[in-house]
Design a protein around this ligand. Structure first.
Ligand code: AMP
Length: 282
């Protein structure tokens, strides 16, 4: 496995592969601190793009707000390399902040509308940072397929729109949420949780499961589903709800009635840790 640090090296790798054969090239963008959720993305990429998968590891400063956890975000580079290699990546792209954002850089990408909804609403500038870094990664790696987790469902909506609007020749592949056996969605931020918060945090997946169950039993009214989820959250008063929403997964606009492609999404704070979870109500 090769470790590349510059955009030029990644472009040279990708263009070399494209000249040398017909297989698809896959990219898995991550911020590192890899866990089984990331591993599932890399595995899916390796299945669809055997021998042609790059994993990017870059803690992207522009997607963190001034009072967020950029400085203390977990960084576990050598363990990440082991996981990526084991799952079938052949390249790690690990650029410096200066490589991705030279001091003279002045270009950012705003996906208007979507950027102000769900996570973008409470994390000002977050979506702009995500859209900008992913655009830079797609331009550098020129992948046929880019793999993302449904865990960050609002991010997926923003990135699908980015790729469609700017006509990137890349297909967005969305992989299912990987969970702990007790239901907690895996996240690099779970390491911040105390033992007590870790238990309380289960309320997110409980609320999501409860809504899925109600939908399977025939409840479709958004108001009733949101209220049911809020009742579940009320069982853990220490968890501070950020949002509980039923939206169209493409526009992220609230819907009155659950339909296929409706996204039920929640975000909440366990202590200082912001957690998210969701389900697509198929
Ligand atoms: P991150 O490193 O947190 O930026 O995440 C990199 C990619 O991994 C994103 O596309 C995430 O949606 C995805 N991801 C994170 N957690 C999970 C999970 N529990 N299951 C599936 N994918 C995930």
């Amino acid at each position: 496995m090769q470790i590349l640090h510059t955009v030029e090296e990644l472009q040279t790798w990708s263009r070399g592969l494209r000249c040398s054969g017909k297989g698809l090239i896959g990219l898995v963008p991550t911020m590192g601190a890899l866990h089984a959720g990331h591993a599932s993305l890399i595995r899916a990429a390796a299945q669809q793009c055997p021998g042609r998968v790059a994993v990017s590891i870059f803690v992207n400063p522009t997607q963190f707000g001034p009072n967020e956890d950029f400085a203390r975000y977990p960084r576990t580079f050598s363990a990440d390399c082991d996981i990526a290699e084991r799952e079938g990546a052949i390249v790690i792209f690990a650029p410096s902040v200066e490589e991705m954002y030279p001091p003279s850089a002045a270009t950012f990408i705003d996906v208007e509308g979507l950027s102000e909804r769900l996570d973008g609403k409470s994390r000002s500038g977050h979506c702009r940072g995500v859209a900008t870094v992913v655009a830079k990664l797609l331009i550098a790696a020129e992948p046929d397929l880019a793999f993302f987790g449904q865990k960050d469902a609002a991010q997926v909506a923003v990135l699908r729109k980015l790729v469609a609007d700017l006509r990137f020749g890349t297909k967005v592949v969305v992989c299912p949420i990987v969970r702990e056996p007790d239901g907690l969605a895996l996240s690099s931020r779970n390491v911040y949780l105390s033992a007590v918060e870790r238990k309380q945090a289960l309320v997110l997946s409980r609320a999501v499961r409860n809504v899925e169950r109600l939908v399977s039993e025939g409840e479709r009214r958004s108001g009733a589903l949101i209220e049911a989820a809020r009742r579940v959250f009320a069982e853990e008063p220490a968890i501070r709800v950020d949002y509980v929403e039923l939206v169209n997964w493409e526009t992220l606009l609230a819907v009155d009635t659950a339909a296929p492609t409706t996204l039920f999404a929640v975000a909440a704070w366990a202590g200082n840790t912001r957690l998210i979870d969701n389900a697509v109500l198929r």
